[in-house]
Design a protein around this ligand. Structure first.
Ligand code: HEM
Length: 405
């Protein structure tokens, strides 16, 4: 067998995933990497931080379901400087996302049970109200930044309401979470501030329980400690805010830049839900994630994956694997990996789709002639190895009077 180690220490040909160039056109990079390396690509998540990126759909599904690839990063983390900017995104946390086996099962059950108490019809009403409030705040101007003035506040207000977080606390959580996702020199400090804000929320809910998601987590039979509770909330808010916001903004961009999607949505031939599914398939908001760390070397595709080295699934590249067939024939097909697969599959896929769909339906109905206010080649994406996130989304439309809520 022609087995050679991936990653190879000191390998200079690793593909850097943190650059502006990668953020500007990741799909060209995925195609090129697949041609050059095949299923397993040697990459750098941050300068000097090596990983293997999986770009083959079948192999990704196998890895995501294989206990030989646990999500617990503790052993690997010993070799990483404490101030590594992406550590808040990938380092160990006492939560479902970063644990394996029985530890994972306990955390996962707490999350799933707390999320299952969310009344989805009520949540939809909250989203529609938040959407109409956001639209009313800018509609008289005839222009807006769709990302910052619509998608962000709608998601923030909807998830915070579900969690039972009052606005000032929700704002603190949202701002610090964004900096954690961004990585960079602020990430460690942002993480400290985030954990303080989450502890304040736990203290508040212990004093005044109510019946929101945070209270259900506190009261769960798994009896999570305060640090464990705060770490579950990192995933609930982190996964809740960022990818849901980016799903809404990226789908709006898709509607604005594809005549087929725009005509379909305007005529009703394509539902918002179908446009969302297409976006999740072609360009998922968590583009590269689902990290695992095999405790022993694993031979895959004639290559050796070294023990305790991160394996990252490119959900974006795998969804666009040519082996899956013609992308134009995927309408209505939800077999994408945008929500991952296996034991760590997103437990809130339905909830996030209700938020995204209701938000987009409200804005499409209220501002039917909304158009991109810049040319498509001026659209900027935020760098970062993990997310597919716009820097801004300027739009224009006929000025209208504020909506009645
Ligand atoms: C469009 C929006 C969303 C997308 C694309 C998304 C995607 C994902 C993905 C890919 C994972 C697996 C990550 C990994 O294994 O490293 C995940 C896990 C998770 N997500 Fe979501 N998510 C979304 C919205 C949400 C929302 C709204 C919530 C909660 C309010 C949420 C809660 C979670 C939790 C708790 C996990 C960890 C599950 C586990 O490890 O067992 N997600 N999500």
């Amino acid at each position: 067998m022609n087995a050679h180690p991936v990653p190879a220490p000191g390998d200079r040909r690793r593909f850097p995933m943190y650059t502006e160039a990668f953020a500007a056109d990741p799909h060209a990079a995925y195609r090129w990497l697949r041609d050059k390396y095949g299923a397993l690509v040697p990459v750098e998540l941050d300068p000097g931080l090596n990983a293997t990126l999986v770009v083959d759909h079948a192999m990704a599904v196998r890895i995501l379901n294989d206990p030989a690839f646990p999500a617990d990063p503790r052993q690997w983390q010993r070799s990483v400087p404490a101030d590594c900017p992406i550590l808040p995104m990938v380092g160990y946390r006492e939560n479902a996302l970063r644990s394996a086996g029985r530890e994972h099962a306990r955390y996962r059950a707490s999350n799933v049970d707390a999320l299952s108490g969310v009344a989805l019809h009520e949540m939809e009403r909250t989203v529609r109200r938040a959407a109409r409030q956001a639209i009313s705040s800018f509609c008289a101007r005839g222009e807006a930044d769709f990302l910052h003035e619509f998608a962000k506040p709608v998601v923030l207000n909807s998830i915070s309401a579900t969690a039972g977080a009052p606005k000032p606390l929700a704002d603190r959580i949202g701002t610090t979470m964004k900096a954690v996702f961004e990585g960079g020199s602020d990430a460690e400090r942002a993480n400290t501030l985030l954990m303080a804000a989450l502890q304040d929320l736990i203290d508040l809910k212990r004093a005044q329980p109510g019946d929101g998601l945070v209270t259900r987590l506190i009261q769960h039979k798994s009896a999570l400690t305060d640090p464990e509770l705060a770490q579950q909330l990192v995933t609930v808010f982190g996964a809740g805010y960022e990818p849901t916001t980016n799903t809404i903004a990226n789908t709006e961009l898709r509607i604005q830049t594809s005549t087929r999607v725009m005509d379909g949505v305007s005529s009703g031939a394509l539902s918002i839900r179908e446009a969302l599914d297409e976006g999740l398939y072609n360009d998922p908001p968590m583009a590269n994630y689902c990290l695992s760390y095999p405790p022993r070397p694993v031979v895959l595709d004639h290559q050796v994956l070294l023990a305790h080295q991160p394996v990252v699934i490119s959900l974006a590249a795998c969804n666009n694997d040519p082996a899956l067939g013609n992308p134009d024939q995927r309408l209505g097909n939800r077999a994408h990996l945008a929500f991952s697969a296996g034991p760590h599959t997103c437990p809130a896929a339905d909830m996030s789709m209700i938020i995204a769909q209701a938000a987009l339906e409200e804005v499409t109905e209220a501002l039917p002639d909304m158009r991109l206010a810049i040319s498509p080649d001026q659209v900027r994406w935020r760098p970062g190895p993990f997310h597919r996130a716009l820097a801004a989304l300027p739009v224009s439309f006929t000025p209208t009077a504020p909506l009645t809520n």
